[in-house]
Design a protein around this ligand. Structure first.
Ligand code: ACO
Length: 453
């Protein structure tokens, strides 16, 4: 496998050949005055076209204002496509439903990173490389001792993943494609090991070393639940369910944590530091932390008779409460990942003999009521990936505090694929947004003794 940045050069060419000019007139009162400019409208292969405003400031003296990037494409990308109105999610053109049903997490990882499904030989060498990088430097074990036992595993992950850059100096040169690739494989391989160590540390149990005879998800489960005291056999139902969950979380175009990784990487920071930044962003309760928040919310609701009370709170503008696992910046339709998880959830619970899981029953009831509620209909709020993932993770024995960590393990693949794509993009620049200044105008310093009350 060689990294050449070919696809990014092709993207540039594609965009150069697929544009037209739009004429924009800005006619405000003073101070900016009237301006007009011709801006290219760029067409991608699918999805809305974009106004290329890169020359807007130079030619008009105006910036654009878009807090939260609700109307801004921050990059061109070949990796993932979402049609939020129709509930479509494609990775490199393949529908997520097909990948979840027919592929494996490592195959999807290869697809995201390399652009195409692997041939047998390429896949074998990819799997071998990931497998051979699963152990972490023994000295990293000491880092864990510095954390309190009750630390949240995401807090530990931010620290130890960032610390990888202190150990793997031979893969920090981002200008060397071989080093980029090794760092990427190291991250994908070591994330489950570090995640399991964070869990074991919180339990006061010894760390379990990776087992290279097991598959990616199975090895992860083994490191989480085995102890040195007794043999542990991974239940294949659980292994398959986890593999599917990892596929469903692998990438989601320019979401907050991925954009964080790209922004951190745009300064030339090393990949371990960039992924640590992504983990910090993912931790937030309205991003990756929502899967944990959904379970806490369902437990708090407790009974179907209390659902309406919580729906009422979600509707109330003066109450900060939001229905966790509902709503999405891009999806104004059922999140396709939630649809796969809803089905998987029931199947896994059935296979585990837990046909009547009370949390799943409550979640389905809550979903039904919310989907018929005028507030949720009007605002197009549907279940997102986090609504059902927590229930399935809980059913397979993953503790709640580890939910977002699992998300981080899966999303590392997307972060890495997007980071590599960014570095190979000839139009890449340091990410540096501007602002609309609304503070004091010029004033002069007066000494403390002369300031009036
Ligand atoms: N419960 C109640 N009201 C909601 C919810 C919700 N879960 N989500 C959105 N709304 C309302 C907002 O109050 C807002 O109402 P308004 O127009 O009257 O002001 C409107 O719907 C639009 O919501 P915004 O917050 O403006 O939409 P945005 O795109 O900025 O936010 C987000 C999307 C953060 C996901 C939001 O829907 C939310 O907080 N959901 C709950 C948390 C959650 O499940 N996060 C996981 C997202 S998936 C992921 O990151 C992996």
């Amino acid at each position: 496998m060689e990294l050449k940045g070919k696809s990014q050069a092709m993207t540039e060419r594609f965009l150069d050949e697929n544009y037209e000019l739009a004429h924009l007139e800005v006619t405000p009162g003073e101070p900016g005055g009237s301006q007009s400019v011709d801006l290219p409208v760029l067409h991608g292969t699918m999805g809305p076209s974009v106004l290329d405003i890169r020359k807007l400031y130079a030619e008009t003296g105006y910036f654009t204002y878009d807090p939260g990037y609700t109307s801004t494409a921050s990059c061109a990308s070949n990796i993932t496509f979402i049609d939020g109105e129709k509930g479509i999610l494609l990775h490199r053109g393949y529908p997520i439903e097909e990948l979840a049903e027919k592929s494996t997490f490592l195959e999807v990882a290869y697809l995201l990173m390399e652009g195409n499904l692997p041939r047998k030989k390429d896949f074998e060498s990819f799997v071998e490389s990931i497998t051979l990088h699963t152990m972490v430097n023994e000295q990293l074990h000491n880092f864990f001792q510095g954390f309190r036992r009750d630390a949240h595993p995401m807090a530990i992950m931010v620290g130890v993943v960032g610390a990888l850059s202190a150990f793997y100096h031979d893969s920090l040169d981002i200008h060397d494609p071989k080093q980029r690739l090794i760092a990427s494989h190291r991250l994908i391989a070591k994330m489950p090991t570090l995640a399991a160590m964070a869990y074991k540390y919180s339990m006061g149990q010894p760390f379990i070393y990776p087992r290279n005879d097991l598959g990616y998800a199975e090895n992860f489960i083994h490191m989480l639940f085995a102890t040195p005291a007794a043999p542990y056999k991974v239940n294949p139902v659980i292994g398959n369910a986890l593999d599917k969950i990892l596929i469903l979380h692998a990438d989601h175009e320019q979401n907050p944590s991925t954009s964080t990784v790209r922004l951190a990487g745009s300064s030339g920071a090393n990949p371990f530091a960039c992924v640590a930044a992504g983990i910090a962003c993912l931790w937030g309760p309205i991003h990756g932390g929502a899967n944990e928040a959904v379970i806490n919310m369902l437990k708090e609701i407790g009974h179907k008779d209390r659902i309406l009370e919580y729906i009422k709170r979600a509707r109330d503008k003066n109450d900060p409460f939001r229905l966790m696992g509902f709503g999405h910046r891009v999806y104004k339709h059922y999140d396709p990942r939630a649809a796969v998880l809803r089905k998987t959830c029931q199947a896994v619970l059935d296979e585990l003999g837990n046909h009547d899981d009370p949390l799943l029953k409550l979640a389905k009831e809550l979903e039904k009521i919310a989907l018929e509620d005028p507030y949720f209909i009007e605002k197009k709020l549907y279940p997102n990936v986090d609504f059902y993932s927590g229930i399935i993770l809980k059913a397979i024995g993953i503790p709640t505090s580890m939910f977002t960590v699992l998300f981080a393990v899966a999303r590392t693949v997307g972060w890495i694929a997007q980071w590599m794509e960014m570095l190979e993009d000839p139009s890449q620049k340091i990410g540096r947004p501007r602002q609309l200044y609304t503070g004091s105008t010029l004033r002069h310093f007066s000494p403390l003794s002369q300031r009036k009350d």
